[in-house]
Structures are given as C-alpha cells and as structure tokens.
Design a binder for this molecule. Structure first.
Ligand code: ADP
Length: 768
C-alpha cells in the first residue's frame, strides 16, 4: 500500500498535547489560527493535522514552534463553546512527517504518512506480549481506564496500533509521547512502551505505598479518637463518673504519701480509666485506693513532753500496780531519751480483769498517743495478720494495717491482746508473721499482702498481754519483757471499786456522784458474795448492774439519794452466788484442800479420797491430767513404803481399793503441785484421822517424800486468803516468793514452809 501524501492539510498546534492514531480525542480550539484551521478542514474533507506545540505558554507561534511529526485526524463533531471557542471530537487516522508548512490564516502542511517498519518479528512479539502483560497489571489496579479502553487494549493484535492505544491512554510526559510518535520502528516503539509501562507500574506501586502510609497514620489517629469517644459514651451510658477518678487523683496528690506509694496509687487510677465502673476489677481497685488514702503515712502525734505529766496520768488511771507503773515510767524515760523503740516489747502477764488492757490504754493516754487494740485470741491464719492478696472482691489488709488505719497515726500504742492464745495450723503460722511485726529490724518495711507496698511500723509502740507465759511461742517470748500483774486482794479490790470502778460506772450510766452511794459493806459483799476472781472484771459488771437498776429509778423521777448497802444488794442482784467459804472449813477424813493455779487466777480445790475393801486397785476420777495421775501414784508409793510410820498395816494396801476424786467444778491446770494434797488425803483415808479444815497446801511430792517448789504462789495465797483459810503449807524453796504477796494477806495467813512430806502430814492431819 502506498504511503499517503498530504498536501495543504490545515494544521492545529495543540499546546502540550500529543495525539496518536487509532484513538478518539477531544480538544478545544480557541486561538484564531486554530479556529481557521478547523474551519478549513470542515470545509474540505474534515481532515486535520494535529501537532504538538512543545512550549504551551506561547500564544503567537511560527512554524518553528510546531512539531514536525503529528497525527492526521478526522473531525467527527464540532461543538461551539460560549467563549467563541469550539470543542472538537476527532479520530486519529495516521502519523505524518511534515515536509513544510505554509501560512494562510492558519498553517497548512505538506506531509507524508509515517509508516512503521518491522525488524525481528520474534523479538517484536516478545516485547508485545510483555507490554500487554504489564498493561493488564496496570489496568487491573488503576481505575482511570474505562471498560471500553481496557477491552480495546485486550482485543488489539497489532503491535503498532497497540503502542498508539497504550501511549494515548497513559499519563506520559509529552516529550516521551512525542518520541514514541516519531519513532518508525515497531520493535523500538514497543521497547519504549515497555519502559514506560514499567515506570508506570513502579510509580503506581510507590503511589500506593505513600497513600497507604498516609492512610495508616490517619487511620491510627482516627481510630484512637474514635475509640476514646466510644469509651466516653460507654462510661456516660453506664453512669461512670470520670470526675471520681479526677477527684481520686487530686486526693492522692494532696495526701503526701511517700513517692513510691503515690506513684503506685496513680498507676492504679490510670488502670481504672480503662474499666467500666461497674466491673468487679474497678471496685477492687477503688477499695484498694480507699485503703491507701485512709492509711496514715506521715500523720503522727507528739509525745507528751514532760515525763511527770505522763506518770501523773498513769497514777490517775489505776490503783496500786506500783511495780508496773515504775517499770513503765522507766521504759518511757528511755524511750524519751533515746527516741528509739529498740527496747524489748512489753508483755503484761496476769489473770483476766487485772487491768492489763486498761493500763496499756493508759500508757497511750500518758504518752499522748492514739490507742488501738487487737485481740489475737484464736488467730490461726497468717492472713489475719498479713492480709489477703488483692485478687478478689472483699479481700482486705490484715489486722495490723487495719488497726493502724483506725488509729490514724503512724505512732499509736498498739496492744496485741492475748498473745498466748495464738494458734497455728496449715494455713500458715501467725506467730512468725507477728515476729516480723514486732522485730525492729524488719518492721520498718512490713509487707501486708493486700497493700503490696511496704509499710513502716517502726514508730508504733507495741504492747502485748497474756494470761500465761507457757503457751507463748518461744521466739516471740524471747523478744518480750514480761511484767507480771497478779490478782488483787479483797482490800485492793475494795479500793479499786471505790476509787475507780464506781465513779466510772456511774458516769457510764449517766448518773451523778450524788445519785448513788455504795457503802464499803456493800462493796465487800459484792466482792465476796457475788464474784470469785483474781481481777475485778465481774466486780465491775456487778457494780454496773446496780448502777443501771438505780438509773432506771432516777429516770422514773425518784429523787432521793440512794444508798446501796450490803443488805440492799439482794433486792437488786438476787441472792449472793458464793457463800463465804469459812463455814466449809470443817475437819474431814479423806479430804484435803489444795491450792491450784489456773489461767483465771488461783483457786482452792478439795481432793477427796476414799479407801474401801477391795483388791488393791487405784481409781482416779474427775479433772485429772496425766501429771496429776503420776503425782497420785507417787504419793501412794511413798505412803505405802512408809506405812509403818503411820500405823498402817502392810496388807491394808493389798485388800483396799483407793478412789481419788478431783471435783469437776474446779478446772485447775494439770501440774504436780497437788502432790502433797493428794498424799495427805490418802493418808487420812487410810488412817481414818481427819485433815484440819483450816489448812490448805501446795507442793510437789517425790517418791522419797521430798517436797518440791511450785509456781504461782501469789495467786494461790490470794485464793487461800479469799476463802478464809488460815494456814497454808508451802514448799520451803518457795519462801523467797512470799515477798510478792501483799502485806495484808501475809499478816492474815500463817505460812508453814516444809521440805518433807512427813512435815506436811504432821501439820495437816489431826492426831497423827
Ligand atoms: P485485763 O486486760 O487484764 O483482762 P482489763 O484491763 O480489761 O483487764 O480490766 C478490767 C477492768 O478493771 C477495767 O475497767 C479496768 O479499768 C479495771 N481495773 C483493773 N485494774 C485496775 C486498777 N488497778 N485500778 C483501776 N482500775 C482497774
């Protein structure tokens, strides 16, 4: 087919635009030379040569400004635009190379068709396929290609046409397009296209990456914002109070905790931010923070400056107890001088109701410190001391921290009551936890499991109490200084009642001093007939009962001052519970009065023995521990081996059954101190000679008849005194303990020290 030749074809210079054959294009013509060219074309065969104008900004152009290779198009449609320009829809026909331009109102060209030449067809095909593949990649991800365009590209089987279509559709730079338009070798054109396509693909990839990165950053911000807004909405919906957390933060900062604790607390508040206030975790943290806020961290009281004032308060609160007050005064003096509590912990030991708790409270008052009390009775679980881990709702700190919270200061007097009643089982050993609390080397970083953070207990003044030292775990005992508070005599009780208990009870019942008056006789009757105790607890209860009953009468308007007499007690409290024991002190065969020490103070106990015809068996009944049983056997053996001395026939032991009974009513501790009492009762039963009713005794007996010393003499002596026993047989080795016994008791009781069982029998059994 012959190469086409165009002569005088009108030319439109397109600013910055290259048109390819085989494509449909639209362009606007506004310049006069362009309008003239269009007009000329419209008047002929609608054919127009479109050439690029490489410098688009140029309005006035010469032939030099027009590219010499362009595309002949056939105009399909001309649309007039409002601004005197026209919009042309045209179809590219073929490429031409211009030989020359002429000008006559517009440019006209003399041009030859530019046909492509073919080289290596295999290479051409290879390029063609690659180009098609890449193009497919591009069109499948880029959405700027119309479906038609994609379909045409797919269908196209002519490489040259394909280059035209693709180059026309791609957003290539003009000079690139122009070079492709001008190139006349198909392989070369395909190679150029392929490079462009690869570039395009890379650009697309980069573009995607950039937009993804941008999107990502926007997404994250947006996402966070969105979630936060949602959370706010949820909190609002649930009625959550953001203010609560702000208020908590403020309170934490105002509390002036140690830095470490404050940091911990604020972290917990931050956790709450992410939770719903109705979730269990929220409540757990809330409670925890309440604890941190409620605990004293720095708050403390000033100790009383003048020791004299402190001593005055101690004396004001309690009657007697001179030794204890003296010791406490020394203790406080050291405390004041050294400013350190490195002293051993004080432990008040004594029966109930002797004022152990109240003197500890008095120490606090004397020092001007807060007072807290914690009873250790029956504490089995370590967690009670050290708390439970904060893993479930309702877990709490241990009782030490609880007590400190109640005190509200870091330096209270902390009373650990009944330290001898601690027990331990598989849930851990509370004694060792307590050891940590009491040890000055460790207690400045006491760790409560619930609290998690260490708490400083080193400024706390710990005082402990116990009824008996025997059951105090020994590591604890080692750390404590024992101060014994024994029972009171009747006289002391009378004074305590008059000076302390009566005024206290009147006050507690809203009565004035003048409203009720107890006579000494009434108080004595209360002490002897209504109570039997080492301390004054039930005496106080009875006084209280009398006051209460009187208060009712006063409230009912009875004005007259009421005098409480011994005789009047019956009407108020009913008959006396205890008879005076004096009447019971009869001389009896086979019954001896022993003195026993119990946790509630001293008591008398009558041991009864009956000897009857039998086979020489021994029967033991009543409240007897193993040690007492052994004492009984030792006593029998001794008497048996010395039967001649007391006029007992040898065979008497073989055909006599012995029954020893200790009455249930008394609940003595198990111990050997009833030894001589049992021996006396047995001997009396065998000999038929009575035991003196006005003698009581205490002492251990050995197989050889030696009398060994016993403990708790003071308590026992007081018990003897209370029951009106005149003579008390004691082991000789206990004579040194007599000093501890109040003078009025010593003056009323005749103590008979002995070292051998024989002396016991001679003093106690009548007519031996
Ligand atoms: P404990 O702790 O030894 O069992 P408490 O301290 O409970 O005894 O004392 C019981 C009551 O007796 C308290 O009201 C206490 O004030 C009073 N009391 C005990 N001893 C005396 C005393 N020596 N002077 C004044 N009151 C006392």
């Amino acid at each position: 087919m012959a190469v086409k030749y165009f002569n005088g074809i009108p030319v439109v210079a397109l600013r910055g635009r290259v048109v390819f054959p085989d494509t449909t294009i639209t362009f606007d013509a506004g310049r006069l030379i362009s309008l003239a060219a269009v007009k000329s074309a419209a008047e002929n065969n609608m054919q127009l040569l479109v050439c690029a104008q490489p410098e688009p900004e140029k309005d006035e152009i010469t032939a030099e400004d027009i590219c010499r290779v362009g595309t002949v198009v056939k105009i399909k449609q001309i649309t007039r635009l409002p601004s005197d320009s026209v919009r042309i829809l045209a179809e590219g026909l073929c490429r031409v190379r211009v030989r020359s331009f002429t000008f006559d109102g517009c440019f006209f060209a003399e041009a030859d068709e530019l046909r492509s030449t073919h080289g290596d067809l295999t290479l051409e095909e290879a390029y063609f396929r690659t180009a098609k593949d890449i193009m497919r990649d591009i069109t499948s991800t880029e959405n700027r290609f119309t479906k038609d365009a994609i379909a045409r590209l797919d269908r196209c089987s002519d490489p040259d046409e394909y280059v035209n279509l693709a180059a026309g559709a791609l957003p290539l730079r003009d000079e690139v397009k122009q070079r492709m338009l001008e190139c006349d070798n198909v392989t070369e054109r395909l190679r150029m296209l392929e490079k462009c396509l690869n570039d395009e693909l890379e650009i697309m990839r980069l573009g995607r990456k950039i937009s993804a990165a941008v999107r990502q950053s926007i997404d994250k911000n947006q996402r966070d914002y969105y979630l936060r807004e949602q959370l706010k909405a949820i909190h609002a919906e649930l009625g959550d109070d953001e203010d609560e957390r702000i208020a908590l933060t403020d309170r934490i900062k105002a509390k002036k905790m140690p830095a470490e604790i404050e940091e911990k607390a604020l972290k917990e508040v931050a956790k709450m931010d992410k939770m719903s206030s109705s979730s269990p975790e929220y409540t757990v943290i809330r409670n925890y923070l309440d604890w941190l806020l409620a605990l004293p961290w720095t708050e403390q009281t000033e100790d009383t400056a003048d020791l004299k004032d402190a001593v005055k308060i101690l004396n004001e609160d309690h009657y007697g107890l001179e030794k204890i007050k003296e010791r406490i005064t020394e203790y406080l003096a050291v405390l004041k001088l050294t400013g350190s509590l490195n002293a051993p912990i004080l432990c008040f030991v004594g029966p109930p109701g002797v004022g152990k708790t109240s003197i500890a409270a008095s120490v606090a008052r004397a020092l001007g410190r807060k007072f807290v009390r914690m009873s250790l009775g029956g504490v089995k679980d370590e967690a009670e001391i050290r708390g439970h881990r904060r893993t479930y709702i309702g877990s709490m700190p241990g009782r030490i921290i609880y007590g400190i919270k109640n005190a509200g200061t870091i330096n209270p007097v902390f009373l650990l009551d009944e330290i001898d009643k601690l027990s331990s089982d598989m849930r851990g050993d509370p004694a060792s936890a307590l050891l940590e609390v009491l040890d000055p080397a460790q207690n400045n970083t006491f760790r409560d499991r619930y609290l998690e953070v260490p708490y400083d207990l080193s400024k706390v003044l710990f005082i402990t109490t116990a009824n008996s030292v025997e059951t105090i775990p020994s590591p604890l005992l080692d750390r404590m200084e024992l101060i014994e508070i024994g029972g009171y005599t009747e006289e002391e009780k009378l004074q305590i009642a008059k000076r302390y208990l009566v005024p206290k009870r009147l006050n507690a019942n809203g009565l004035k001093e003048g409203d009720v008056a107890f006579t000494d006789g009434a108080l004595r009757a209360l002490i002897e007939g209504y109570t039997r105790e080492a301390g004054v607890r039930s005496l106080e209860r009875n006084i209280d009962a009398v006051c209460r009953k009187t208060a009712v009468k006063v409230a009912e308007g009875e004005k007259a001052r009421r005098k409480i007499t011994a005789e009047g007690l019956h009407a108020l409290l009913g008959p006396a519970r205890y008879r005076s024991d004096e009447a019971e002190h009869r001389d009896e065969v086979g019954a001896a009065t022993g003195l026993a020490w119990t946790a509630v103070g001293g008591t008398t106990l009558t041991i009864e023995v009956s000897a009857m015809h039998g086979k020489g068996e021994i029967q033991l009944t009543g409240k007897l521990g193993d040690v007492m049983k052994e004492s009984a056997r030792a006593a029998i053996s001794y008497i048996r081996s010395n039967s001649g001395e007391y006029g007992i026939a040898d065979e008497a032991f073989e055909n006599t059954d012995i029954h020893i009974h200790v009455p249930e009513g008394a609940t003595p501790k198990d111990g050997p101190s009833a030894g001589i009492t049992m021996a006396t009762a047995i001997l009396s039963a065998f000999t038929g000679k009575p035991v003196r009713g006005d003698v009581a005794m205490t002492g251990e007996i050995t197989l050889l008849g030696n009398v060994l010393p016993i403990g708790g003499l003071k308590e026992k002596a007081l018990a003897a005194y209370r029951t009106g026993v005149k003579n008390v047989i004691i082991p000789k080795d206990n004579v040194k303990d007599l000093e501890e016994i109040p003078k009025d008791v010593r003056s009323k009781i005749n103590f008979i020290p002995v070292s051998a069982a024989d002396a016991v029998f001679r003093n106690a059994i009548i007519g031996l």
